[in-house]
Design a protein around this ligand. Structure first.
Ligand code: SF4
Length: 299
């Protein structure tokens, strides 16, 4: 039907993009080995999954819509749209979304990032607070990316416009940090040196990061199981461990209370107490099954 055909079309559009330079959008990556493999073995990485492609599709559409809205609001005040660049010393390349003439008279490079609503809500409304970008591996790359654009285009400040998939907006002001940019250029030079020498840097020390890496099968990090703990920093795993921790004591209390209720009721087939009804019915083998219902609640 319609959906199958659309999804089939999206699936067919999955492809890998050749990597011949150090992408500004990747320079915030903290695994040097990834950056080297991204240059030398890009064609071996896994294709994005269909759900990820669908998410990219929506993200691109939302970002294009946001740019149109900004253009409608600012008209001719956006210059250098989609301006490509290459930084000669380090070979970092990228494309500036545009430079916008703001109401205070300053010109600021602009970068638009779409994000899931739940992630968008974790970002504060304070335009100068950049701390929330540290929460996710991919959002960690946004400030370094725009910082490189600022450095290359010669601006002191830029704007990251965040757009939620439900259409809400926030903006973050990024000031040029020379130390940050210097570190990114040095990192790119280290990548270039490995690419030229045909060598690879060490594995990333965080096994949790490797588990999520799209170059995992190319990199083949030595994941050790059974001889000592492997430290894994993974948001989903940590969230589930916290749920396990928060529910294990109530669950123990639940199980104890249930056993106490059964021994209190004994062989009585039905008991009413407060708003609860307890029934005990034998199964085929004669064992008593206990059921507790609460008045006013659907079963
Ligand atoms: S699997 Fe781990 S070490 Fe290898 S590139 Fe990815 S993050 Fe880096």
């Amino acid at each position: 039907m319609i959906v199958d055909r659309v999804l089939g079309m999206i699936e067919k559009s999955r492809k890998l993009i050749p990597v011949n330079s150090n992408w500004a959008s990747q320079m915030g990556e903290d695994c040097l080995r990834f950056l080297v493999l991204h240059r030398t073995s890009w064609e071996l990485q896994e294709l994005p999954s269909l759900p990820l492609m669908c998410r990219f599709d929506i993200g691109h559409a939302v970002e294009a819509m946001a740019l149109r809205k900004i253009e409608d609001a600012f008209g001719q005040q956006i210059i250098l749209r989609q301006q490509p660049f290459v930084e000669k010393r380090s070979g970092i390349s990228g494309k500036i979304e545009g430079v916008i003439q703001c109401e205070d008279g300053k010109k600021r490079p602009l970068e638009i990032k779409s994000m899931a609503t739940a992630i968008f809500e974790q970002f504060s409304d304070d335009p100068h607070d950049l701390s929330d970008f540290e929460k996710y591996p991919w959002t960690r790359k946004y400030v370094p990316q725009l910082s490189i654009y600022l450095y290359l285009a010669g601006y002191e400040e830029g704007v990251l416009v965040l757009v939620a998939l439900d259409g809400r907006y926030k903006e973050k002001i990024v000031k040029l940090d020379y130390d940050l940019v210097d570190g990114l250029i040095k990192k790119a030079e280290a990548v270039n040196a490995h690419v030229a020498a045909g060598t690879l840097p060490d594995y990333h020390p965080d096994a949790g990061k490797c588990l999520e890496c799209r170059l995992f099968t190319v990199c083949k990090p030595p994941m050790k199981y059974g001889d000592g703990p492997v430290e894994i920093n993974h948001d989903d795993l940590a969230a589930n461990l916290r749920i396990w921790d928060e529910t294990r004591k109530p669950r123990k209390a639940y199980e104890d209370a249930y056993e106490n209720i059964k021994s209190f009721i004994g062989a009585r087939p039905a008991v009413l107490c407060d708003k609860y009804q307890i029934t005990r019915t034998p199964n085929k083998k004669g064992a008593l099954l206990t059921k507790i219902t609460v008045a006013g609640e659907d079963e």
